[in-house]
Design a protein around this ligand. Structure first.
Ligand code: ADP
Length: 222
């Protein structure tokens, strides 16, 4: 019920913003249009925060419900890659996709694993200075496929590699921090990957970059 209460006002905001921006209520001046754009982006951010909080509170109380099915990993990665491109471009990050070309089916919840990869790429882009690189890579390993999101970003100190997975933990907790976010992304990503029977590993070097990785099980061929 509370998730409905949180989402409904946002739906109204978005609907009326679209109408205003499209000029359905009359002509809009360039200044008004740019102000509406600011409101729209803030509303979008608020929407993401609300979705993260809802997903997190649900996963606190219950085991995460997964809809596991044979999932084409190449398609999944290509779709996540496409959805992340504009964000990477805005941050002047070179995003690349390195996946084995043959179709490969893994046992996974398509929506949730896509969410995890979006989250990892989002972080990689956020914490990598302009001009840097982010790679989404898959590597076949016997009965598993290793999925990696690597960046050439600011890195994470060794003694913080465990804490970053705690809910609400952020390395830079100051109010002047540049990157947005709730500190829930990695906590949720870990829960989703663990619900798949896997683990998230992170390798990082301060000033050089980070790599977040996990394995997914290949769907057995009958
Ligand atoms: P958020 O991104 O909303 O702050 P996360 O749970 O996704 O929350 O990440 C927690 C913290 O871990 C981030 O605030 C950041 O300090 C650190 N972090 C996550 N990913 C990276 C990365 N790729 N490079 C450097 N630091 C990272």
């Amino acid at each position: 019920n509370i998730s409905h209460e949180l989402r409904t006002p946002l739906t109204h905001l978005n609907g009326y913003l679209d109408l205003l921006i499209n000029g359905d209520f009359g002509p809009v001046s360039p200044d008004q249009l740019s102000a509406l754009g600011v409101i729209q982006r803030a509303t979008e951010r608020l929407g993401h925060l609300i979705e993260d909080l809802i997903l997190f509170s649900v996963s606190e109380r219950n085991q995460i419900y997964l809809h596991i099915q044979p999932t084409d990993l190449v398609d999944l990665c290509a779709s996540v890659f496409k959805r992340s491109l504009s964000k990477a471009r805005d941050h002047q990050i070179q995003l690349s996709l390195e996946v084995a070309s043959e179709a490969m089916q893994v046992d996974a919840d398509l929506e949730k694993i896509s969410w995890v990869l979006m989250q990892l790429i989002d972080n990689a882009v956020k914490f990598t200075p302009p001009g840097g690189k982010v790679v989404l890579q898959t590597t076949p390993e016997e009965n598993f496929i290793r999925i990696q999101v690597r960046d050439t970003g600011i890195g994470i100190p060794q003694d913080r590699l465990e804490q970053i997975f705690e809910p609400f933990y952020q390395l830079d907790g100051s109010s002047t921090r540049k990157a947005g976010g709730t500190g829930l992304g990695l906590a949720l990503a870990r829960r989703i990957v663990e619900a798949h029977g896997s683990l998230v590993h992170v390798y990082s070097e301060v000033g050089k970059g980070s790599s977040f990785e996990f394995l997914l099980k290949v769907h057995p061929n009958e």
